[in-house]
Design a protein around this ligand. Structure first.
Ligand code: NAD
Ligand code: ZN
Length: 272
């Protein structure tokens, strides 16, 4: 089948759906300027996952040679500050407004699905703009751009970039004044909200797997779980991925190109 035929098939499947779910990976935000981890040019080409990807590794690196991470942090802050929802996020929002898509399960920590306007978003790897107290259960959401601006100001005005200065830059817990950390899931840590994610996968009539490689578990089970429960599976990814073999329609395009085309096709099918 040609790509246009795959889009048409996917649109016909979606036009009849009432309870679709999406399982989204880093690829959805690639066109918002946020690099994926594993792709060429991705984050893992520039930093060592063992040094920044685990909580222990990150703490050890920050203790030993924090200045090594300063350019990486600055770049990360700039990237997250500039990022805006792209046409793929907007298309997923449109599908929710059309009464087709119910839940977005995302591995992304960038808050962009919520900013685009999806209302039922399950963030299995957390959210970098939510902070969690290390002593009590307090957690608080911060506005993305405001938080980044504040952190950047703190970095610029700090004497140096040492572990204790970095901890000082984190928001303090409102209840016990303890240290907080971004509520994101690092390697080796427990994923969040997973029952809700699997519930969506089991109950959906269509599962859209968008911009996800299928190598990070347990999120990678979701499209397989949906397929097993009888849902249609639509895959959007310009590169080879684990979900192709269970897909009923496979659109090998970038999410920002594929998703708006898909929504337009669904609209024209519904309009008759
Ligand atoms: P991943 O395993 O989901 O892989 C990314 C996938 O996106 C790949 O399959 C790639 O082919 C695809 N892709 C690349 N560009 C695309 C595009 N324009 N449109 C559609 N698909 C595209 O994720 P990863 O990069 O290995 O990251 C691992 C984990 O790290 C993520 O699950 C996430 O928790 C975190 N992460 C988050 C962000 C973010 O919040 N935006 C970015 C990078 C990594
Ligand atoms: Zn606290």
């Amino acid at each position: 089948m040609t790509i246009d035929q795959e889009i048409q098939k996917a649109a016909e499947i979606l036009a009849g759906a009432k309870n679709a779910a999406a399982s989204c990976g880093a690829g959805v935000s690639a066109e918002s300027g946020i690099a994926t981890f594993r792709d060429p040019g991705g984050v893992w080409e520039r930093v060592n996952p063992a040094e920044v990807g685990t909580a222990d590794g990150l703490m050890a690196t920050l203790q030993r040679s924090p200045e090594k991470l300063l350019p990486f942090f600055r770049e990360l802050l700039d990237t997250f500050e500039r990022a805006e929802p792209n046409p793929a996020h907007v298309a997923l929002r449109d599908l929710e407004h059309m009464g087709i898509l119910k839940t977005v399960v995302t591995q992304n920590i960038d808050n962009l699905h919520l900013e685009a306007g999806n209302t039922d978003v399950v963030e299995v790897h957390g959210n970098s703009f939510r902070f969690r107290c290390l002593s009590c259960s307090w957690s608080q959401d911060f506005s993305r751009k405001e938080l980044i601006r504040e952190v950047k100001e703190k970095i610029d005005s700090a004497e140096g970039f040492t572990l204790s200065e970095i901890i000082e830059m984190m928001p303090k817990c409102e209840h016990c004044q303890s240290v907080t950390r971004p509520d994101v899931v690092m390697f080796g840590e427990a994923v969040q909200d997973i029952p809700r994610a699997f519930d969506a996968a089991r109950k959906c009539d269509v599962m859209l797997a968008v911009g996800t490689s299928g190598v990070v578990y347990p999120a990678a089970y979701l499209p397989f779980q949906a397929k097993e429960a009888g849902a249609w599976v639509i895959v959007v990814n310009p590169n080879e991925n684990a979900f192709q073999r269970v897909s009923d329609a496979y659109i090998p395009l970038k999410a920002g190109e594929a998703m708006p085309k898909l929504v337009e096709s669904v609209k024209s099918i519904i309009a008759g």
